[in-house]
Design a protein around this ligand. Structure first.
Ligand SMILES: Cc1ncc(COP(=O)(O)O)c(C=O)c1O
Length: 347
């Protein structure tokens, strides 16, 4: 079989498919939309011509996003989730080009980089608190990478990339910077305003973390010339008609979505305080998850056996005894906390 060596050596992206009572492992929103909104959706979906291709340029959605983000319509490109946008970016740069990203960081940067045969040099976060290590970043930037992923906030550590470290490099001619803002609704921090003045800066967003993970919709915002180039590698009908229509419901129900986001932030702060007060080593988070450490072995299995799925950060990130817990509804969070305390007390 003439499969590329790069592909043969890849460890596939792992998705935990255990069926449990409380699924708190994938940084999804715990809030589904109410039935009356879903009924309205159904009537809109009924009008889709199943025999026709989707709108290739997502015109109505493009209008809504350009208004919300205060950018021109031709500064936006849509992807089947941010995952696809990461692919598109990697397709645009030459074979073997240097790509950098945080470590630990979202695994699709390195996995996709391997698939497309790039040279991968991560910038390592501090071993003590996972903050951005300026020395490690400087070292990689001195090599002028083609593509640099900045996570704002970072998954799985929950912290934002400090603007002052980035700003020094933002006008580098040869580097495209991608501010991955998948979780920015929970941090309130975005670099989108800087796109006007920095032509190599792209902002990557997604509807996945704010309640629309099922429709797979992400978008990039950037300088129109750069966006025009990336558009050339996008498959013509990558956003299906159903996703386009359902995404419009985000804009119709933006107050409700924002209420859910603020409930998640409140819960995140409550759980953070509680974990700290119990002496659990916990990373401060600006996202919709909390990462913490439990030294005693067996915590992941204990939770699964009690109906709760979280992310064990050892297999994917090499972070031994660290776990990432997606903020759920209050009752889910309470249940999780009760189990955690019980586990820590049991000898
Ligand atoms: C930092 C980060 N970027 C991007 C994504 C992918 O999002 P999408 O669902 O839009 O592909 C994730 C998903 O977990 C993420 O953690």
């Amino acid at each position: 079989m003439r499969i590329k060596e790069e592909i043969k050596n890849i460890k596939p992206y792992f998705i935990d498919e255990k069926s449990v009572r409380f699924k708190l492992d994938a940084n999804e929103s715990p809030y589904d939309l109410p039935d009356d909104i879903k009924e309205e959706m159904l009537s809109v979906l009924k009008d889709i011509n199943i025999n026709r291709y989707p709108d290739p340029s997502c015109k109505s959605l493009r209008k809504l996003i350009s208004k919300m983000e205060e950018v021109e319509e031709n500064q936006i490109i849509f992807g089947n989730g941010s995952d696809e946008l990461i692919y598109l970016l990697l397709m645009c740069i030459r074979e073997g080009a240097l790509v950098t990203y945080p470590e630990p960081g979202f695994s699709m940067y390195s996995l996709s980089g391997k698939i497309f045969g790039k040279e991968l040099i991560p910038y390592k976060l501090s071993e003590i608190d996972f903050s951005v290590d300026a020395d490690s970043f400087d070292k990689v930037m001195n090599r002028e990478p083609y593509l640099c992923f900045i996570a704002n906030p970072n998954n799985p550590t929950g912290n934002c990339f400090p603007d002052d470290i980035l700003i020094k490099y933002l006008d580098n001619e040869n580097t495209i910077f991608v501010s991955d803002e998948a979780y920015s609704a929970f941090s309130g921090h975005s670099l989108v305003k800087m796109v006007k003045t920095h032509k190599n800066l792209l902002i990557m967003k997604t509807l996945s973390k704010i309640g629309f993970a099922s429709i797979r919709l992400g978008y990039l915002i950037g300088n129109r010339e750069l966006i025009k180039e990336i558009e050339k590698v996008r498959l013509p009908y990558n956003i299906n008609s159903f996703s386009q229509k359902i995404a419009e419901f985000y804009f119709k129900n933006i107050d409700l979505v924002n209420r859910y986001v603020s409930d998640i932030i409140k819960e995140r702060e409550r759980i953070y305080k509680e974990l700290k007060s119990r002496g659990v080593f916990t990373l401060p988070s600006l996202a919709n998850f909390i990462t913490f450490k439990v030294e005693k072995n067996g915590f992941y299995d204990y939770l699964v056996n009690n109906g709760v799925l979280i992310k064990d950060l050892f297999p994917s990130f090499g972070m031994k005894n660290y776990y990432r817990f997606t903020i759920g509804k209050k009752e889910e969070n309470d249940f999780f906390m009760k189990l955690l305390l019980k586990f820590m007390e049991e000898e």
